[in-house]
Design a protein around this ligand. Structure first.
Ligand code: NDP
Length: 450
């Protein structure tokens, strides 16, 4: 079966690929299994050197990969360059982390106990279409650093950057079989990875619905799982905030990547006393967001990923929104930046839209803000805007969410742990904590008697 890959900005085919099935998945797992003892035995320093080479190759081919990602996802080229820059940083970070993932020595009667971090074996990585190579690197970096071999399944809609990375992996000198990329359907290749007895762990990013399937499927073999799922993050604006700054940055916190971002601050909670002022400034700032052709250097927001996804996004806007921006007509899966006023009970405030639609919701006071922000099954990200440092810390501690920013909307850094509370998943990626998800702790007691 062949797969036609489209450019979402033009709807034109950009690649025809063979799709893997169950048999090819089993073969890839067998290759990874065979490569495992050798890769595990590579000394930490040498493994670090190989990862460093991969990071450098990604840098050297940065423009080429950014162009691939921009055409395949419809991402503005400037954003795609930033993402590929982060991919290189992730490999640099884990190249340096290989020999710093320490165990412990623990005093014990008649001897000493030591802990070691052991790799898991073959790990299956299933990634989505919104940040294809970026999210893949968050898993590949720590998985390889810990000595695992991998089978990576990119999303069907966006497999091209992962295929290019697989070539660079070999060019870096990482042995054959250590990284295997499979293009195929989630329900076939993904499902087989989840159930395969020789796969020790699934690192998954995607919808909460498929996350449930991963957990269920993994139960059969007690596989380890890391789940990075959906979000419905709150951007909480208090009356004492720097409203101009908060309003100027709010559009990018929800419309960036056309809203197809698990960290999108898609619920904007505003204190009633400043609601009208903030809304006016937010609309004015949104008017300045440049939606258009991804190859244009000044474009800030591109199209959605597919026609089907555009229908889903459109279904969240009923009635006349308080603001609807401009988007190109004609071919391409375009959707304008849209702002709606809502209550926290509305569907647009409860479900992940994954498109450029922001719901603005008023609140009375601090307690009300915390109650509304936490009234969601998700808990991935969020922001707090206030000039009161004590309040910032109090509210940050009260919110049930994994990654927060104060007077900022940025959530993701190479060196800091990233992951969710509640139905946004569990396990942490990035930072040194990312290594914990790709290794087991082994305790060894050494007797001093004798
Ligand atoms: P999915 O969760 O369906 O896709 C994520 C990955 O899982 C893809 O590689 C997909 O493969 C794979 N997959 C799908 N079904 C299975 C299965 N049964 N077993 C194993 N793997 C599977 O997300 P969608 O692309 O359908 O997006 C739907 C919604 O999910 C979005 O609108 C958004 O709300 C949310 N989402 C959240 C993301 C996040 O970053 N948290 C990322 C992407 C989506 P394939 O592409 O071949 O189907």
């Amino acid at each position: 079966m062949t797969l036609t890959v489209l450019n979402p900005a033009t709807e034109e085919p950009i690649a025809e690929l063979e799709q893997a099935g169950v048999e090819e998945t089993d073969e890839a797992v067998a290759r990874a299994n065979e490569a495992y003892p050798g890769w595990r035995a590579v000394s930490p320093t040498d493994r670090g050197t190989l990862l460093r080479r991969l990071a450098t190759l990604v840098e050297e081919h940065g423009e080429e990969i950014a162009q691939i990602e921009s055409r395949n996802v419809g991402k503005p080229i400037a954003g795609a360059r930033g993402e590929i820059g982060m991919v290189a940083q992730v490999f640099h970070f884990y190249a340096g982390a290989v020999d710093k993932h320490y165990g412990q020595t623990i005093p014990a009667a008649a001897g000493v106990a030591a802990t070691f971090r052991e790799p898991l074996g073959v790990v299956g990585l299933i990634v989505p279409w919104n940040f294809p190579l970026n999210i893949a690197s968050w898993k590949l970096g720590p998985a390889l650093a810990c000595g695992n071999t991998v089978v990576l399944k990119p999303a069907e809609l966006t497999p091209l950057s992962a295929l290019r990375l697989a070539e660079l992996v070999l060019e870096a000198g990482i042995p054959e079989g250590v990284v295997n990329v499979l293009v195929g359907k989630g329900s076939v290749v993904g499902q087989r990875l989840i159930e395969h007895p020789d796969v020790a762990k699934i690192g998954f990013t995607g919808s909460t619905e498929v996350g449930r399937l991963v957990m269920r499927g993994a139960a059969g073999t007690i596989k380890r799982v890391t789940l990075e799922l959906g979000g419905k993050s709150a951007n909480v604006i208090f009356e004492d905030a720097d409203l101009e700054r908060a309003a100027a940055s709010a559009p990018y916190a929800v419309f960036d990547n056309a809203g197809q971002d698990c960290c999108a601050r898609s619920r904007i909670l505003v204190q009633k006393s400043v609601y009208d002022r903030f809304l006016d400034a937010f609309i004015a700032a949104t008017k300045g967001v440049k939606v258009g052709e991804p190859a244009d250097e000044s474009t800030e927001v591109g199209p959605l990923i597919s026609a089907q996804h555009r229908e889903t996004v459109a279904s969240f806007v009923d009635g006349e929104p308080v603001f609807r921006g401009e988007a190109p007509g004609g071919r391409g899966f375009w959707f304008p930046c849209t702002i709606v006023e809502a209550t926290n009970d509305d569907r647009v405030a409860r479900e992940e839209v994954f498109g450029p639609v922001a719901a603005v919701i008023p609140f009375e006071d601090e307690a009300d803000a915390v109650r509304i922000a936490n009234d969601t099954p998700f808990g991935l990200s969020g922001s707090i805007w206030t000039r009161d440092g004590a309040r910032a810390l109090r509210v940050a501690r009260a919110l049930d969410t994994g990654v927060l920013s104060v007077n900022s909307n940025s959530s993701v850094r190479v060196q800091t742990p990233f992951g969710g509370f509640k139905q946004s998943g569990f396990g942490r990626e990035l930072g040194m904590q990312g290594l914990d998800g790709y290794s087991e702790v082994k305790t060894v007691f050494i007797s001093t008697e004798g």
